[in-house]
Write a protein that binds this ligand. Structure first.
Ligand SMILES: C[S@@+](CC[C@H](N)C(=O)[O-])C[C@H]1O[C@@H](n2cnc3c(N)ncnc32)[C@H](O)[C@@H]1O
Length: 317
């Protein structure tokens, strides 16, 4: 199997997770299994790691990769990580875990896969769902979104998830074009974006389709909602002293992780001025990273994907 993905900030993630022999872990984003295998090696034969991925291709690749692995300590789950509590119950029963890691977004193998439609540089069917049209996993195809969502909703996601200044023009053009003929390929979508934006925007270093593609991918996979739903589950599942690490690749995801870690590292959340606490919120986390951790110069030079990565880590108290 030809699944290519170089793990990003693996050493940094391992340093914070600090896996020890016999411990239990969850890798919510298996991808090319780089993190999973590195953790599995450290926890040894008495430890266990559940590795989750929506993508069958990642699961099949990992099965192949670990077929001769020295320990039988990896459990693969072709699932959405938003169901982490349920998945963990199934395999670990009531046992709490020592670490949970999220390395968000998509892998290089998915980006390069011609059948998936993640790349605006390839002319492929418009899919972009991590779970390949598995509607029961909560993914929808980008083709469905661009051909059926109302103009206002398209504009909103392109503006909010893509932080695209020409969201209104792009959404309007999409709707205008789809009325003539359904939009079915990435190539056609790129043409439409090109028609929608002003000339100066096409001459910028970053391709004018980048932000719209990011927005549509986030919407197709419900990425932000999934993360928001799963972080509280992850903290509940952690044993005292257990670590959580989140690696994200755009500011929207990073903001969710940052705000969640901040909130859970505080006790009372009542507005200032309340004489007595009403919320009964208890501190659950100690933040381990001051600000974000970014990839070092050497890694950034070798692996361009790592340049946008931001790592945050916290410990359950
Ligand atoms: C950046 S890759 C992970 C790479 C991995 N850390 C490695 O070392 O190879 C992200 C993976 O997360 C998966 N993914 C994204 N959202 C998911 C979700 N909600 N549930 C399960 N898997 C998800 C994607 O399909 C992709 O394979």
């Amino acid at each position: 199997m030809n699944y290519k993905h170089i793990p990003v900030m693996l050493n940094e993630a391992l340093n914070y997770l600090d896996p020890q022999p016999g411990q239990y872990f969850i890798d919510c984003t298996l991808g090319g299994a780089g993190y999973t295998v590195a953790i599995a090696e450290r926890i040894g034969p008495k430890g266990k790691i559940i590795a989750i991925d929506l993508d069958k291709m990642a699961i099949e690749n990992a099965k192949f990769q670990i077929s001769n692995f020295k320990f039988q300590n990896i459990i693969l789950a072709n699932e959405n990580f938003k169901n982490t509590t349920k998945i963990t119950k199934k395999y670990f029963h009531k046992k709490k875990v020592d670490g949970i890691v999220f390395d968000l977004g998509l892998s290089s193998a998915q980006l390069a896969d011609r059948s998936r439609g993640f790349s605006f540089q390839l002319d492929t069917p418009l899919n972009m769902s991590f779970g390949c049209q598995m509607s029961d996993f909560g993914c929808r195809t980008t083709e469905d979104i661009v051909n059926n969502w109302k103009q206002e909703k398209l504009e909103k996601i392109i503006r909010e998830y893509g932080e695209e200044r020409f969201a209104k023009r792009i959404a309007r053009k999409i709707v205008e074009c789809r009325e003539l003929k359904s939009i079915k390929t990435t190539g056609r979508l790129v043409e439409i974006i090109n028609q929608a934006v002003p000339d100066f925007y096409k001459r910028k270093k970053i391709n004018c389709a980048t932000k719209t593609f990011q927005a549509l991918r986030i919407a197709s996979n419900n990425e932000l909602e999934n993360l928001k739903k799963t972080l509280p589950q992850a903290v509940d599942l952690l044993a005292q002293g257990g670590k959580i690490v989140v690696v994200s690749y755009h500011s929207l995801e990073d903001r969710i992780a940052k705000n969640f870690f901040r909130q859970e590292s505080r006790g009372c959340l009542c507005p200032p001025g309340y004489p007595v606490c009403q919320c009964e919120h208890k501190q659950q986390l100690k933040i381990l990273t001051r600000g974000i951790v970014a990839a070092g110069k050497e890694e950034a030079a070798k692996n361009p994907r790592s340049r946008s990565a931001k790592l945050r880590a916290a410990e359950k108290i």
